[in-house]
Design a binder for this molecule. Structure first.
Ligand code: NAP
Length: 264
């Protein structure tokens, strides 16, 4: 009797600590910044992670860190893929489809080149739209097919507050992020009946490489506009991703993680 209860109790505890055990999370941009924090959070909760980025060394470094700290059956994985190139996405998805079913897709890869509209360069426009918007669209399109077969899945796309409110000097970046929101809401409507949820996180300023180029003066002036008077940490965005992953009755929503920036 005692043995039964302790065994049962310990298995309940195990499930509570590792709610994503035996599940697979594919994370674009999972090698740095917000995506890497999300990968750590999901791995900590028991998920096996597939990290996608362009830099081989960064992928391997991030993957090894997950393997060392968050053990899973068959190791965490990493794939080199330039999301601007649809054929590269197709190749990676073929590899992913040979693994177990995909439970979570988190599209966190993104780039930003700031420029006024009158000074736009075609190459930068293409880079932003292809990575942030088309990369997200094609990843969702391919992976949602796998999820539809499994009749289960959760997609989380990372947009930005500028996709909701715009920002001077970030017109193309804002367009790409607004596109992600419109796309995600439509996709949520298309696949909710297949038991797949699609949600969006819209971060404000988060301490990653993406904002490291800002001068200290500019950083201070932005911080003064944030109600919480500081930039966010990648882990704080990862908490929002974890929330969406567990929120079985929420789809088609945008969660703003900006410390009150857009209220001020
Ligand atoms: N940081 C912020 O303040 C902030 C605010 C709002 C929204 N966001 C959004 O949050 C997401 C994560 O941003 P972050 O701040 O974590 O950026 P980050 O630190 O610069 O990391 C960007 C990630 O995207 C990957 N990536 C970029 N271009 C790629 C491509 N063509 N193909 C595949 N992977 C690519 C990078 O890997 P490789 O370079 O190795 O390819 C890296 O893993 C982005 O979508 C960004 O727009 C960030």
């Amino acid at each position: 009797m005692y043995k039964f209860f302790t065994k049962k109790f310990s298995s309940i505890n195990q499930a509570q600590i590792k709610p994503f055990k035996d599940e697979l999370a594919v994370i674009t941009g999972g090698t740095r910044g917000i995506g890497y924090s999300i990968a750590q959070k999901f791995a900590q909760n028991g998920a096996r992670c597939v990290l996608i980025g362009r830099n081989k060394e960064m992928i391997e470094k991030a993957r090894k860190y997950l393997d060392k700290n968050f053990e899973v059956d068959n190791n965490h994985l990493g794939y080199e893929c330039d999301l601007r190139i649809p054929t590269e996405i197709e190749k990676v998805v073929i590899n992913i489809s040979k693994l177990q079913k995909v439970d979570y897709l988190i599209n966190a890869a993104g780039v930003s080149h700031d420029s006024l509209v009158v000074k736009l360069k075609e190459q930068e426009v293409n880079d932003i739209i292809k990575t942030n918007l088309l990369g997200t669209i094609y990843m969702c399109s391919h992976i949602s097919k796998l999820m539809i077969k499994a009749r289960r899945g959760c997609i989380i796309n990372i947009s930005s507050v500028v996709g909701l409110h715009g920002n001077s000097g970030q017109s193309i970046y804002s367009a790409s992020k607004a596109g992600v929101i419109g796309f995600s809401k439509s996709l949520a409507k298309e696949i909710a009946r297949k038991n797949i949820r699609v949600n969006v996180i819209a971060p404000g300023f988060i301490e990653t490489d993406m904002i490291s180029m800002m001068s200290e003066n500019v950083k201070e002036s932005y911080k003064n506009k944030i109600l919480m008077q500081r930039f966010g940490r990648p882990e704080e965005v990862a908490e929002a991703a974890l929330y969406f992953a567990k929120a079985e009755y929420i789809t088609g929503q945008v969660l703003i993680v900006d410390g009150g920036l857009t209220l001020s």
